[in-house]
Ligand binder design. Structure first.
Ligand SMILES: *[C@@H]1O[C@H](CO)[C@@H](O)[C@H](O)[C@H]1NC(C)=O
Ligand SMILES: *[C@@H]1O[C@H](CO)[C@@H](O)[C@H](O)[C@H]1NC(C)=O
Ligand SMILES: *[C@@H]1O[C@H](CO)[C@@H](O)[C@H](O)[C@H]1NC(C)=O
Ligand SMILES: *[C@@H]1O[C@H](CO)[C@@H](O)[C@H](O)[C@H]1NC(C)=O
Ligand SMILES: *[C@@H]1O[C@H](CO)[C@@H](O)[C@H](O)[C@H]1NC(C)=O
Ligand SMILES: *[C@@H]1O[C@H](CO)[C@@H](O)[C@H](O)[C@H]1NC(C)=O
Length: 340
């Protein structure tokens, strides 16, 4: 009997040992497998790390989570604003306005990793910028609205529709011939002279701080949509400098833009010929005013300025995160070595 129990115990012990060995082998396989997987994902990940040295105009955005992937569908693109991550960053982006006002300084004392590129960023009109000379030989890439920048960040663009669809309703309840939203009114601007001349012939409704009629964000587009024409007048006439005055105020509100800014060919590079009216198309502002009025009286001719909408939708860029995330898809195209 005793012998029988002994044999039983022995059997149990052997089984236990067997199971323990299996467990050990399993966990070893599990751990090493995970390490292998981790290593692969790290390799596959090889995210591009972008450090935003400071936020433009002091307005911070939320960078929690994988913003580029979750909000813009751009994978392996990491956006940070934590300066302690400087040494890991593939790109460090500096916004010009704060640098030129000496509010922010470049980390010139930090040892700069060899792979790292510094990006100079500005969306302001190039002639408006002061102190450019102070930054010679520091930057590797430029980021601006200009098509010749290494990274072009337009204020907006037109996206072709897959097939022409007449899904756009022309707002017909118009109460003003033309509208203009202006805050920074300065007599020396050419646009001010054109406006003064235009309003002799045309009923131009003015909004914004200049007219003491500021429009809230919500009221902007509905208000402008009540006008036949919108004066998308840039404060500076500089090549390719076309701002949200065209993309949002005019196009998104469903009115016809009368543009003043770079030459017609710059507009035609980004928008159809018959989507806007250029101030320089006319010999005089009076001729322009008379042409606008003739369109108001002839709905068929006026509607021609809306037909492009069958083929395009308007995309507006306003979020700095989206602009920065959009660096990643063009990262591979940057020159290997470049110094500005
Ligand atoms: C890979 O990327 C994802 C998302 O970007 C991140 O959560 C994960 O930690 C990364 N893995 C490794 C091993 O770096
Ligand atoms: C930032 O974004 C994350 C993820 O979208 C969200 O959970 C969090 O509440 C946000 N934080 C703030 C302060 O808005
Ligand atoms: C047209 O505009 C007037 C104000 O000028 C407003 O009272 C009216 O409701 C609008 N009509 C439509 C159809 O939106
Ligand atoms: C501008 O003036 C010229 C010469 O007077 C004339 O030939 C031309 O047709 C005018 N253009 C427009 C758009 O009125
Ligand atoms: C829209 O696209 C179609 C097909 O590509 C073209 O035939 C048509 O002329 C375009 N319409 C406008 C207004 O550009
Ligand atoms: C970036 O510019 C710095 C400073 O001029 C230079 O030393 C470095 O080689 C450049 N790096 C690249 C990748 O162009």
């Amino acid at each position: 009997m005793a012998r029988c129990i002994n044999r039983h115990l022995q059997l149990h012990f052997t089984l236990l040992l067997f199971f323990l060995t299996i467990c050990l082998i399993c966990s070893w396989l599990f751990v090493s497998g995970k390490q292998y997987l981790n290593a692969t994902s790290e390799f596959l990940n090889s995210s591009i790390k972008i450090l935003f040295w400071h936020w433009p105009y002091g307005i911070h955005y939320n960078l929690t989570g994988d913003v580029c992937l979750n909000d813009y569908g751009i994978p392996r693109c990491v956006l940070v604003d934590d300066r302690t991550l400087f040494e890991d960053a593939d790109l460090v982006v500096f916004h010009h306005a704060e640098l030129s006002k000496q509010k922010v300084h470049l980390p010139v004392d930090h040892p700069r990793p060899a792979f790292q590129r510094w990006v100079w960023l500005s969306l302001e009109a190039l002639p408006n910028m002061a102190n450019l000379k102070a930054y010679k030989n520091l930057f590797n890439l430029t980021m601006s609205y200009h098509p010749q920048a290494d990274i072009t960040v337009p204020y907006g663009k037109l996206i072709p529709k897959e097939k022409p669809i007449r899904d756009f309703v022309i707002p017909i309840n118009k109460s003003h011939e033309a509208c203009w939203v202006v805050s920074n009114y300065q007599k020396r601007h050419r646009r001010s002279a054109v406006f003064q001349e235009l309003k002799k012939t045309l009923n131009v409704q003015v909004y914004g701080h200049f007219a003491r009629k500021p429009l809230s964000k919500e009221a902007l587009l509905p208000t402008i949509s009540r006008c036949y024409f919108y004066l998308a007048f840039e404060n500076v006439e500089s090549p390719h400098y076309i701002t949200e005055k065209l993309w949002r105020n005019a196009f998104q509100s469903g009115t016809v833009p009368v543009v003043l800014g770079p030459p017609r060919k710059d507009y035609e590079a980004v928008a159809p010929r018959k989507s806007f009216i250029h101030v320089d198309d006319f010999n005089s502002t009076k001729d322009l005013a008379l042409y606008l009025r003739s369109l108001i009286k002839d709905p068929e001719k006026y509607h021609v300025y809306f037909t492009w909408r069958q083929n395009y939708t308007v995309k507006l860029y306003t979020d700095w995160r989206e602009r920065l995330c959009n660096i990643c898809p063009v990262y591979g195209r940057f020159p290997a070595q470049k110094i500005y």
